[in-house]
Write a protein that binds this ligand. Structure first.
Ligand SMILES: Nc1ncnc2c1ncn2[C@@H]1O[C@H](COP(=O)(O)OP(=O)(O)O)[C@@H](O)[C@H]1O
Ligand SMILES: [Mg+2]
Length: 242
C-alpha cells in the first residue's frame, strides 16, 4: 500500500496523477472508496462499475470489498461473469482497519463499497483510502447530507495530513431539472472536495444492471452504451491517465 503525506504546492490533480504513476511503477495497491452514509445514493452501482472499468481499461487486478450489510455489490458480482474478485466484510471499524490492508496486499486496485448510515465504518475506510468518490442524488435531503460525508473526509484529512483525495458527483440525475441545477450549485460550494462535471443520469438500463448481473460497460449499442460512456467520462475525470 502507498503511504503519502501532503506536500505543499502539490495540486489535487497532480496528486492523483502521481498516485497512478506510483501505482504503475511499484505495483502497490490503491484503495478507492465509494462512500456516502445516505442510502440509495448509488454507491454500490458506482463501486461495481468502477471495479469493472479498472479491470477493462487498466488491466489491473481489482478486488471489490463490500461493506454494505445488504451485500448488494458482492451478490451482484457473485451472480455475474465479470470475474471481479470480491470480499464481504462486516461494516465495523475494527474489521475495516484490520482486514482492508490485508485485502489491499492482494490486488492492484481495491474498490470499497461503503455502507449506508454507519459512519464509523466509513471513517475507517477514509483512514485507509487513497481516493473517496461520493455519489449524491440531486434532492434537497441528499445534498444536505452530503455535508456529513464531506465532514468525515475533512476529519480524515486532518488526521492524515491531507489524504484521502476525494470527489463529489451527482448520481441518478434527471437532465434539465431545477433539482439538478440546484444540487450542482450547492455541491460546487462545498469546501475542499471538487464536484465532477459529469453527472450520472437515472436510466432504466443502469437500474437493470444488478438484476441482469452485468455492467453497462459491457454494452456495445443503445442505451447501455450511452450509460457506459457516461460512467467512462466520470471515471476519466477522476483518473485522467486511465
Ligand atoms: N444511474 C442510475 N439509474 C437508475 N437507477 C440507478 C442508478 N444508480 C443507481 N440506481 C438504482 O438506485 C438504487 C440505489 O442504488 P445503489 O447503487 O444500490 O445505492 P447505494 O449503494 O448508495 O445504496 C438501486 O436500485 C440501483 O439500481
Ligand atoms: Mg449499497
Amino acid at each position: 500500500m502507498l503511504h503519502r503525506g501532503w506536500t505543499k504546492g502539490v495540486t489535487v490533480d497532480g496528486l492523483v496523477q502521481q498516485l497512478f504513476a506510483e501505482l504503475s511503477a511499484c505495483n502497490s495497491s490503491v484503495i478507492i472508496g465509494s462512500l456516502n452514509q445516505k442510502g440509495g445514493a448509488g454507491k454500490s452501482t458506482t463501486a461495481v462499475h468502477l471495479a469493472h472499468r479498472f479491470q477493462l481499461k487498466h488491466g489491473k487486478s481489482v478486488h471489490l470489498v463490500d461493506l454494505d450489510p445488504q451485500g448488494t455489490s458482492s451478490f451482484w458480482l457473485q451472480a455475474s461473469d465479470l470475474g471481479i474478485e470480491h470480499t464481504f466484510l462486516a461494516a465495523d471499524s475494527d474489521v475495516v482497519l484490520e482486514q482492508l490492508p490485508a485485502v489491499a496486499e492482494t490486488a492492484d486496485v481495491v474498490v470499497v463499497d461503503g455502507p449506508a448510515g454507519l459512519s464509523d465504518a466509513t471513517r475507517a475506510v477514509l483512514l485507509l483510502a487513497d481516493m473517496a468518490l461520493i455519489p449524491v442524488q440531486p434532492s434537497g435531503a441528499d445534498v444536505r447530507s452530503a455535508v456529513d460525508a464531506v465532514r468525515l473526509v475533512q476529519q480524515a484529512r486532518r488526521i492524515r495530513g491531507g489524504l484521502p483525495d476525494a470527489r463529489l458527483f451527482i448520481s441518478r440525475a434527471t437532465r434539465g431539472t431545477k433539482l439538478l441545477q440546484e444540487a450542482r450549485s450547492v455541491l460546487m460550494q462545498l469546501e475542499g472536495i471538487p464536484l465532477l462535471d459529469t453527472a450520472i443520469t437515472q436510466r432504466q438500463i443502469v437500474a437493470d444492471a444488478f438484476g441482469q448481473a452485468t455492467s453497462v460497460l459491457n454494452a456495445k449499442t443503445g442505451p447501455g452504451l450511452e450509460a457506459g460512456n457516461e460512467f467512462n467520462r466520470l471515471f476519466s475525470e477522476v483518473f485522467p491517465n486511465g
